[in-house]
Design a protein around this ligand. Structure first.
Ligand code: C2E
Ligand code: CA
Ligand code: CA
Ligand code: CA
Length: 275
């Protein structure tokens, strides 16, 4: 009965039920949205640190929930990861982005991959098939991954990365500088690129210590021949510090927000102008 149920959990908190309810509803809606093809992809410019020319774009998933409005990826990606929807969602994003890339010769692409996607034993084959279908040279594409996966399953992660590398794609370590990320990972897994997290760039305004730490981090990566992208660049001053520190690519609102393909077309046209 209701009473005995309540008696068992002495910490009954109706707000917990509300939260669970909300999450379940979000998950159901997300599942439906993926099935209906309602997930879209926006692209954020990544520029050369010296010329500010467009060199690459990062694909970022977007979801406008019916009857509610846009939901942040920081909300729906974790739900997708926890519910197994990430496989389908991740491959959808990659497929759409590769098709878009056909229209941007000379541009490179970054796509985020969640650790959970490696649970699918056919993941690497599926990725490879998408490249074949879209007729995109794999070296143009970088898959971005955070360190969590590498901490949890070092051996398996290394094997998975090696199989991906055989296809010819590049692998970047995303969000470097948050959590436990250490330069040790860079060496151990042989990443092709490192992306410094926005929080480190934001800290730059706090003074010399932050600048010195960032300089040391970039220098270490470069001593391992790993190029460094800075993300979340919002001011000219940050851009100058980061370029001088040795970052070869910059990404952030200063250069462009994640945007629809037409905006990237325009950015590309500007970048190709002779100087
Ligand atoms: P991320 O991979 O670190 O992506 C960069 C995030 O920083 C994006 O947030 C981007 O809009 C934001 N950003 C870029 N420049 C600036 C800046 O100058 N200032 C500020 N304040 N923010 C900036 P977004 O699009 O909300 O995505 C959040 C996270 O969701 C991503 O972080 C990534 O971890 C995840 N995500 C997004 N799309 C996908 C996807 O297709 N697959 C997977 N697995 N994860 C995704
Ligand atoms: Ca990323
Ligand atoms: Ca990042
Ligand atoms: Ca992030």
């Amino acid at each position: 009965s209701k009473d005995s149920g309540r008696g068992r959990s002495s910490f009954y908190d109706p707000r917990m039920d509300d939260e669970r309810e909300l999450r379940n509803q979000l998950e159901l809606d997300l599942r439906a949205a993926i099935q209906a093809g309602e997930i879209s992809v926006v692209y954020q410019p990544i520029v050369d640190a010296h010329s500010f020319d467009l060199v690459s774009v990062e694909a970022l998933a977007r979801w406008t929930r019916r009857g509610h409005g846009p939901v942040s990826p920081d909300v729906f990606i974790p739900i997708a990861e926890a519910s197994g929807l990430i496989d389908r969602l991740g491959l959808c994003v990659l497929e759409m982005a590769l098709r878009q890339l056909q229209r941007w010769p000379g541009v490179r692409l970054s796509v985020n991959i969640s650790p959970g996607q490696f649970r699918d034993p056919a993941f690497v084959e599926r990725v490879e098939a998408l490249f074949v279908d879209a007729n995109i040279e794999p070296y143009r594409v970088t898959l971005e991954m955070t360190e969590t996966y590498f901490i949890q399953n070092a051996e398996r992660a290394k094997a998975a990365l090696d199989r991906l590398r055989k296809i010819g794609v590049k692998i970047a370590l995303d969000d470097f500088g948050v959590g436990f990320s250490s330069v040790g990972y860079l060496r151990q897994f042989g990443f092709d690129r490192m992306k410094i997290d926005r929080s480190l760039i934001q800290a730059l305004s706090e003074g010399h210590r932050a600048i010195e730490m960032l300089q040391a981090t970039v220098a270490l990566a470069r001593s391992l021949n790993i190029p460094v992208t800075a993300e979340g660049v919002e001011t000219e001053q940050q851009a100058v510090i980061l370029r001088l520190a040795g970052c070869d690519q910059l990404q952030g609102y200063l250069f462009g927000r994640p945007s629809v393909p037409a905006d990237i077309d325009a950015y590309r046209a500007r970048s190709m102008l002779p100087r």
